[in-house]
Structure formats: C-alpha cells, structure tokens
Design a protein around this ligand. Sequence first.
Ligand code: UD1
Length: 373
Amino acid sequence: MITIVHCVGARPNFMKMAPVMAALGKRPDLFRQVLVHTGQHYDAKMSDVFFEQLGLPTPDVNLEVGSASHAVQTAQIMTRFEPVLDTYNPDWVFVPGDVNSTIACAFVAAKRGVKVAHVEAGLRSRDRSMPEELNRILTDQLSDLLFTPSRDGDENLQREGIPAEKVCFVGNVMIDTLVRLLPKALARWDHLQSHLGIPERFFLATLHRPANVDHPENLARLITALNQISAMHPVLFPIHPRTRSKIGRGVLSSRITLCDPLSYLDFVAAQANAAAVISDSGGVQEETTYLGTPCLTLRSNTERPITITEGTNRLIGDRVEDLPAEVERALAERRTARKPQIEYWDGKASDRIAAQMERIVYNQQPERELVAA
Ligand code: UD1
C-alpha cells in the first residue's frame, strides 16, 4: 500500500484529477489517496460545482490560499502544504497541469524527498512570458514520473534532458472526463439553451489570460472583434472573474450574452453545440478538438500543437482584426472536416496511469507506454 497526495487548486485541475483518482480508487488495497485543494480558485462557480459534477471527493485538506500576486500565492501554497506532508507522510505527490498550485506543491514535495508525479507533463509553448510555461518547465524538472498526453510532450522532455525512464506516454486525462460525461452534458443542452436564450447557431467565447485581459488596449481590440463576429451569429460569453473585473459596461454588442462561469457539464454542452469557439484557454483547445468544433485561439502560440496539426484549432495571435474572416473560414472547413482521432485521447489515460502505479507498488519499472486493457 502506498499513500498518494493529489493536489488541485484551479478550475482546469479538477477535470484532470477526477479520472486519475477514480482509476486509482479501483485498487483501495494498493493506494491510499488524499486530496488537497489549495484554494487558488474558491468561488462556487470556479470550484465547488466542479467537485459535484466530476464526482471528486470532498478534499481532505483545503489550504484556502485565495487570490494574490504570483509570488504571494505560490509562497502561501508552499507554506501551508508543507505540514500536510507531515500529517499524511505520502510516498507520492500527484500534481496536474501548469497552474501556480502545481509548481508550489511539486517544489515542496521534491525538497522533502517525496516523489512527484506530473499529470500532463511535457507541454511547451516556448513562451516564457506565460506564467504557466514557467510552471510547466519547473514542475517537469522536479518530477520523478512524467505522464504525457501526446508524443510531442515526450520529445520536449527528451530535449530538456529528462531521462526517458521517467516519462510515460499515457494520453489525455482531461479527455477521459470528457468521454465519461459527454452524454450527461449533451442531455442538459435543451434546458440550458432555453434558459440562456441561445439560438440554434451561436459562437462561444471565453477570455481570461493576463496578456489579453490585463491590458486595456488588447482587451478593447478583442471586444471589437467579438462585436464584429456577433453580427454573424450571437455570442455566448461566460465570463471569468478576472475578466469581469476588467470589462467596461456598455462596450459589448447586444448580440453578446454575458453569463457567469458555466459548470463543467454546461460548458461541455455549449462547446459541443457551438458553431465555433473563440478562446484563450489551454484545455478548450483540446476539448474542441475532441468534439470536432472549430476553435479560434486568441494567442500567438500553444503548448498543445497537436490540436492544430491534427485537430480543429487555429491560432489568431496578434491578428485580432482577422478574427471575423478566420471564423468564416473555420465554418466553411467544418462542413467537410472529419472528427479528429488523436492517439490515446480515448478515455483510458487514467487507467494507464493506474497501471503504471501498480507496477511501482510491485517494485517494477514503469513502462514507457502502456496499452490500457
Ligand atoms: C489560473 C491559472 C491559469 C488557468 C486559469 C483557469 C495560474 C498562473 N493561472 O488563472 O493557467 O488557465 O486559472 O481559470 O495558475 N478569482 C475570483 N474567484 C476565483 C478565482 C479567481 O474572483 O475563484 C479572480 C481574482 O480576482 C484573481 C483572478 O481571478 O485575482 C485571477 O485568479 P488566479 O487564480 O490568480 O489566476 P487565473 O487567472 O484564474
């Protein structure tokens, strides 16, 4: 029996850890699991509703760090996480993704000599002005086991000198959750659509990245572009708290419907039904690829290039003024496109992680690649 402490903190962590905990939970004789929520995201709509819908257990510990500057937030997570290691004495700490909670918990564990497993390792945007890129690079350097979602992750890690025996290509755990909950999400669509007053054809937009929303000029250009495309189809715009605090009243067209952040199931339903999604998120690029919905990403780079080469994603970068033309192009292409099939984005990535951990319990080396049963 080994003890694993799982660390989550921000919205995109929850759908990654839920399937991993469920897969490990099938062997309670082998794995004792402890869930720590750092409290990086704390609003009910950014956190609690995800726990309910994803079937995540109530966290054993909540560090309640809340919002602060990067340094303060990261430092507070570290200070409050250290005693958790004394309490539970884990063999492994699991950290997902690339948020501040990921690096903070990985760093504390590594310094205490506790093994770290990084779920969603190896992704690189090669843009060090993104806080998440620094979190990814550092977390990967500190990790003892690196579970990659796609083969480009393995290549990036090899280039950075990470020994191959630490790296396991398991596939995309976020897609595990999507595969499991898609039918439930789709069943909610009619109700949500009439509740929000959304027509048959609509665009879905999200924006929260500091580079887009913290600079008033950049945000104004993006709002102008969203207003323009809303002339084509109405836009549903669930708004992240960070963006809500920056957006002025009256600047949005009346064809843009603002709403609070949607729950996981509602957001998946909206992505599946949208004519196209316009976003600066990381995970949305993957979910739209799986769903076959065109995605226009308001960034100059992506740590998920497979969503461009094999999926439905397209980078808009600084060419915000081109957004209306790009949207039209994406709609035209969608009519002929086949739904992408990406290797190991099959709902079984977490089972592969559990199989690797079983090997470790039995004192065997993890395998570079495992085919899930
Ligand atoms: C974080 C992640 C980002 C991820 C995003 C998903 C980092 C560096 N960034 O960004 O990678 O894509 O989560 O949402 O970890 N706020 C609330 N309520 C909440 C949470 C935040 O009002 O529950 C507001 C606060 O004003 C806060 C701001 O949102 O200052 C930003 O929150 P923070 O956790 O610092 O970063 P995100 O922008 O959410």
